[in-house]
Design a protein around this ligand. Structure first.
Ligand code: FES
Ligand SMILES: [Fe+2]
Length: 361
């Protein structure tokens, strides 16, 4: 089966290949999601004790219809998210202030508000107040004023985004819209999903870790990268020779970020692809990851479609290769760096501003 095998067969086989080689089809999908039977605690691995603040894509827009409420768990918190009959999305902390029912399970959307499943108290998801207690003569004053945490949510790039800040500060920037996501000439997302048993920061550092591309991913040469740090993260243009059935091709990978929760990559060379990388922390040692790919329809459905699909498979394979490391990696606060490494200390300095405890007041 020629093509995919050939395009994957880089030289020499990468070290993690022995872990991945036998995983095929459903076994590979199961491996991507499964929780390891045993793993050291986040403390033992020195994983960050707080989550970096920013906008994070938590649910696809088409996963939430009007009138539907869903439970979510991100940032080690239980959440209830719903779409009102007006089409707008709201999200609050999941636990009801009355007797602690989880409103994401069995709650009911009433107009634009949410009714708790237990005793039908009704919450306004914007003001964070109770607007109705159907069996009481009066609403307790403590819940007539703001009593529950409400979360900022917006929709962009076919996703619902939440603003996470541990101290509930308001959004400090906006989600960047990608024109491809609104362009009917680009395909629906092709989505691949992983649970990574590690920290978001270790995953983010991967992009500036130039040396790993050869050893973990088997790129034919060390990629040539132009990396730039900016106010909201980092961007890079990486040029690398990519092995293909037609020989080596000059590929280009351009990635950029807006805070720790929005990152995207445009691939050109083998085929034109936008990857919207949706990574959201669930726990200190658990990140829920979805890679969403879109390509020009003309390309995906045309004679080069096979090559485009092979490229997506290859990008996912790179994620699999990194995952072998991420799932067990500790955070090495004082790494020993050599001259061939990418700008890892610079990355960490830039990333630290998204931790509320380190950010300037
Ligand atoms: S616990 Fe929610 S209304 Fe009683
Ligand atoms: Fe990588």
């Amino acid at each position: 089966m020629g093509q995919a095998e050939t395009i994957d067969a880089r030289v020499p086989p990468v070290a993690v290949w022995q872990v991945l080689a036998k995983l095929r089809g459903q076994d590979l999908i199961d491996w991507r999601l499964a929780e390891p039977a045993q793993r050291p605690s986040p403390d033992e691995r020195d994983l960050p004790s707080e989550f970096p603040f920013g906008w994070y894509p938590i649910l696809l827009s088409n996963e939430l219809e009007a009138g539907v409420v869903k439970p979510l768990r991100y940032f080690a918190q239980e959440l209830a998210i719903w779409r009102g009959m007006d089409g707008a999305v709201r999200m609050v902390d999941a636990y009801c202030k009355h007797l602690g029912a989880h409103m994401g399970h069995g709650g009911q959307v009433d107009g634009n508000e949410l009714r708790c499943p237990f005793h039908a108290w009704r919450y306004d998801g914007e003001a964070g107040v109770v607007t109705d207690v159907p069996y009481a003569k009066r609403i307790p004053p403590q819940v007539k004023r703001k009593c529950i945490r409400t979360w900022h949510v917006v929709e962009a790039n076919r996703w619902i985004w939440m603003w996470y800040h541990p101290h509930d500060l308001p959004p400090q920037w906006e989600v960047l819209e990608h024109p491809e996501c609104a362009d009917p000439d680009w395909t629906e997302f092709e989505i691949h999903e992983w649970n990574v048993w590690g920290s978001l920061q270790n995953m983010a550092e991967n992009g500036v870790d130039f040396a790993h591309f050869k050893y973990i991913h088997g790129t034919a040469t060390f990629p040539e990268a132009e990396l730039e740090f900016h106010e909201l993260g980092r961007k890079a243009v990486i040029r690398a020779k990519m092995g293909t059935p037609m020989g080596e091709v000059d590929g280009q990978i351009a990635f950029d970020t807006r805070g720790p929760g929005q990152s995207w990559t445009r691939f050109t060379g083998i085929s034109e692809t936008l990857l919207v990388a949706c990574l959201v922390p669930v726990e200190r040692d658990h990140v829920h990851a979805r890679f969403c790919f879109t390509q020009p329809k003309a390309q995906a459905e045309g004679p080069m479609g096979g090559l485009a699909r092979a490229m997506i498979r290859d990008i996912c394979k790179q994620f699999d290769q990194d995952k072998v490391v991420w799932d067990r990696q500790k955070f090495e606060a004082n790494p020993i760096i050599c001259d061939g490494d990418g700008p890892i200390p610079r990355f960490r300095q830039n990333y630290a501003k998204f931790y509320a405890s380190e950010a300037p007041a």
